[in-house]
Design a protein around this ligand. Structure first.
Ligand SMILES: [Zn+2]
Ligand SMILES: [Zn+2]
Length: 114
C-alpha cells in the first residue's frame, strides 16, 4: 500500500478470519442445519460442481485491508507546496502561505472591515 502522507510504499500484513458457507443451488435446507442462523452467516449458493474461491477471497481480503496506512507515526508527509518528501529532505516553503481556498473568505473579511 501507499503511505497516506508521503505516498511511499508500505508493507502491511493483513490477517482476517471468516466463515463462508456455500450450498449447491437449489438444495433444500436440512433440519440439522437449522441451527445455523442465516442472519449471522451469509450463505452463498453455487451451480454445477463447485465454485472458484478466488474472487471470494479477494473480496474478504479487501475488506480486511485498512483504508489508510502511514509508513510510520512520525511521517512528515509531502510538502503541500513543492511536493517534496519531507522525510527525505527539507524545503524552504513557507508553512504560513495562505491556502488559496481561503482567499475568497479573506476578501469578504476585508470588505466587511472597510
Ligand atoms: Zn509516510
Ligand atoms: Zn516545499
Amino acid at each position: 500500500m501507499r503511505c497516506a502522507r508521503c505516498l511511499e510504499p508500505v508493507l502491511k500484513d493483513v490477517s482476517s478470519s471468516f466463515d463462508l458457507i456455500y450450498r449447491p443451488q437449489g438444495s433444500e435446507k436440512r433440519p440439522d442445519e437449522a441451527s445455523i442462523s442465516e442472519a449471522e452467516t451469509e450463505i452463498g449458493f453455487y451451480q454445477g460442481n463447485g465454485l472458484l474461491l478466488e474472487d471470494v477471497i479477494k473480496e474478504q481480503l479487501l475488506l480486511a485491508v485498512p483504508l489508510r496506512v502511514v509508513c510510520r507515526d512520525e511521517c512528515k508527509g509531502l510538502c503541500p507546496q513543492c511536493g517534496r518528501n519531507r522525510n527525505l529532505e527539507s524545503c524552504n516553503c513557507s508553512s504560513q502561505l495562505p491556502d488559496p481556498r481561503w482567499a475568497a473568505l479573506e476578501d469578504i473579511k476585508n470588505k466587511l472591515k472597510h
